[in-house]
Design a binder for this molecule. Structure first.
Ligand code: B4P
Length: 190
């Protein structure tokens, strides 16, 4: 199986590049952000709990997202592999993901980490906020909180995957096609 963690700060292009990767390599896309937003859209209890946190740019509790991913893995038992987009975001999530994949007789193939400077991230997210309807894209204070959450809780995962020899860092500035080509080059050597 090909199991990729697509990594990077908010607005780095994870969602954008995931959509290209799932088509090219016939993988299942698991975006915790998308799953949470669909829970909010249908008004589940989980969605209501997540909305307050997401609107502020805070992370949702580990137990909630781990449970969501676990059930998605069970529902896609025949997949060729997965693109994990926006998950894991904490060490507890990374450890839980490793354990879930061991249970399925597989493991993470690589972490692909997109590098983009804060100024560019803020510009992209404010631009998306003009029509995304997402409260967390609407103002610079919330975007800065998301970037802080990333720096404090999520960025340390690069060391976690580096220790497993699975980290590749890719420049995330340039055209979407150029960045996709760089990701494909790394994946094709796995
Ligand atoms: P996500 O949905 O994961 O949001 P994101 O980080 O903003 O998305 P992404 O990084 O994929 O956006 P993209 O670059 O594609 O999370 C939202 C919230 O959900 C979190 O803050 C948290 O509250 C919660 N959450 C989700 N997962 C969680 C977890 N595991 N644990 C706890 N909480 C969790 O797109 C950004 C913009 O850039 C787009 O407009 C795109 O068009 C543009 N863009 C992309 N590539 C570009 C390029 N090369 N050049 C110029 N623009 C580009």
């Amino acid at each position: 199986m090909l199991n990729l963690v697509l990594f990077g700060p908010p607005g780095a292009g994870k969602g954008t590049q995931s959509n290209l990767l799932i088509n090219k390599y016939n993988l299942v896309h698991l975006s915790t952000g998308d799953i949470l937003r669909s829970e909010i859209a249908v008004g589940t209890a989980l969605g209501l709990e997540a909305k307050t946190l997401m609107d502020r740019g805070d992370l949702v509790p580990d137990e909630v997202v781990i449970c969501m991913i676990s059930s998605k893995l069970d529902n896609n038992a025949d997949a060729n592999g997965f693109v994990f987009d926006g998950f894991p975001r904490t060490t507890a999530q990374a450890e839980a993901l490793d354990a879930l994949l061991v249970d399925k007789g597989t493991s993470i193939s690589a972490m692909l980490s997109l590098k983009v400077e804060d100024k560019e991230l803020i510009k992209r997210l404010l631009e998306r906020g003009k029509d995304s309807g997402r409260a967390d894209d609407q103002n610079e204070r919330i975007i800065s909180n998301r970037i802080n959450e990333y720096n404090n809780k999520t960025a340390p995962l690069k060391a976690y995957y580096h220790a497993q020899n699975k980290l590749s860092e890719i420049e995330g500035v340039g055209s979407i096609t150029e960045i996709a080509k760089k990701l494909n080059t790394v994946i094709d050597t796995l």
